[in-house]
Design a protein around this ligand. Structure first.
Ligand SMILES: NC(=O)c1ccc[n+]([C@@H]2O[C@H](COP(=O)([O-])OP(=O)(O)OC[C@H]3O[C@@H](n4cnc5c(N)ncnc54)[C@H](OP(=O)(O)O)[C@@H]3O)[C@@H](O)[C@H]2O)c1
Length: 325
């Protein structure tokens, strides 16, 4: 097998593509011949040593992938070689093969492509948990999505529309806004050029959005929180801009608003049944054509450094996928 090895977490430039002995699955594990893997923002943070989880060195990055099982360890009865699966949670996805606990893989329903499956679980799982579970989004409510052309952002647009909400998508360029409109956003705000608060006011008749989905943080958070509607829910998703914002709590009091933390990975670990239910609903929506991952580019696995550079320079629209032949 081949894999991208990180033995010096100073950034993607220190990764090396190496040949390794193909591992045998231990008891309870399966080995997946990886057909496609996708990039999530934490994959970049991990190789830069900036993520909360710091794996021992050396490690193979890549937390999300899809492929075909080619070996099973002792005690695995519900999966067999030849099964198509998607996996999330372990490391090791930026490679040709990976071993993972059999309970961390999801058998793929018919009709799922490997590229879509590799780009599905994390972004759609996060946005479903955030909007449907944590914010209790209702049909007819207005959702403002920041960083809306990115991975979790594009999933949030589609899920909010599937739930019957009105979506205002906000992103840093006109091209990104155009993509969001193509995905069904009812209105867009280009915060690269427009005044965010004025635009939110104009697009909501002064009322503000009922739900804010914020994967960007930094200097966008406070102006947006100041614009939220009465009884609004502000979803703390992530801090792609790099800095963790602080909010004056009197704003929450004045709006009767909630600041709602979202940690999908821990939700899936702590509440596996609810998480499986949500993924089941998402798989149905995929089969019905109501949601579909936006693939920015599918690059050969060997081009991982270029993919990381594209993500780090804010160019990705939707998801970046790496494929093995
Ligand atoms: N809470 C959870 O459970 C959970 C789960 C998954 C991901 N996340 C978090 O959600 C965030 C987004 O993840 P993602 O996979 O969707 O990433 P992504 O596809 O790269 O999207 C991030 C978006 O953030 C915006 N951004 C603003 N400043 C940026 C900067 N300096 N560098 C890069 N992007 C910047 C960009 O949109 P504009 O150019 O339009 O501003 C970009 O499209 C990350 O912080 C990630 O850790 C959280």
């Amino acid at each position: 097998m081949h894999a991208w090895i990180c033995d010096n977490p100073i950034g993607p430039e220190a990764l090396a593509w190496k040949e390794l002995p193909t591992p045998e699955p231990k008891a309870g594990e399966v080995r997946v011949a990886i057909r496609a893997a996708s990039l999530n923002f934490p994959d970049l943070l991990i190789v830069q040593n900036k993520y909360q989880m710091k794996p021992p060195l050396p490690f193979v990055p890549g937390s999300e992938y899809a492929g075909v099982i080619d070996a099973v360890g002792d005690g695995v009865a519900h999966l067999k070689p030849g099964d198509a699966v998607a996996a999330f949670g372990g490391m090791g996805g930026f490679a040709t093969h990976a071993c993972i606990n059999a309970h961390q893989v999801l058998p793929l329903p018919p009709g799922f492509t490997f590229e879509d499956a590799a780009a599905f679980i994390c972004t759609y799982g996060t946005s479903h948990h955030a909007l449907i579970d944590r914010a209790e989004l209702k049909a007819g409510e207005t959702v403002l999505v920041l960083g809306a052309a990115g991975g979790v952002g594009t999933a949030a647009i589609q899920i909010a529309k599937a739930a019957g909400a009105r979506v205002i998508a906000a992103a840093s360029s006109e091209e990104k806004c155009a993509l969001c409109r193509d995905l069904g956003a009812d209105a867009t705000i280009n915060y690269g050029s427009a005044n965010l608060r004025d635009e939110i006011k104009a697009l909501t008749g002064g009322k503000g959005p009922d739900v804010v989905y914020d994967p960007v943080g930094g200097d966008l958070a406070e102006p947006v929180f100041r614009s939220i509607a009465w009884r609004g829910r502000y979803l703390v998703i992530g801090f792609a801009q790099g800095s963790i914002p602080a909010l004056p709590l009197n704003l929450a009091l004045l709006k009767g608003a909630s600041i709602v933390g979202v940690f999908w990975g821990d939700f899936a670990r702590r509440e596996p049944q609810r998480s499986a239910q949500a993924l089941g609903e998402l798989a149905q929506w995929y089969a019905q054509g109501r949601i579909k991952p936006v693939i920015d580019q599918a690059l050969p696995m060997r081009e991982l450094p270029q993919a990381f550079a594209r993500m780090g320079s804010r160019q990705v629209r939707g998801k970046l996928v790496l494929t093995n032949d």
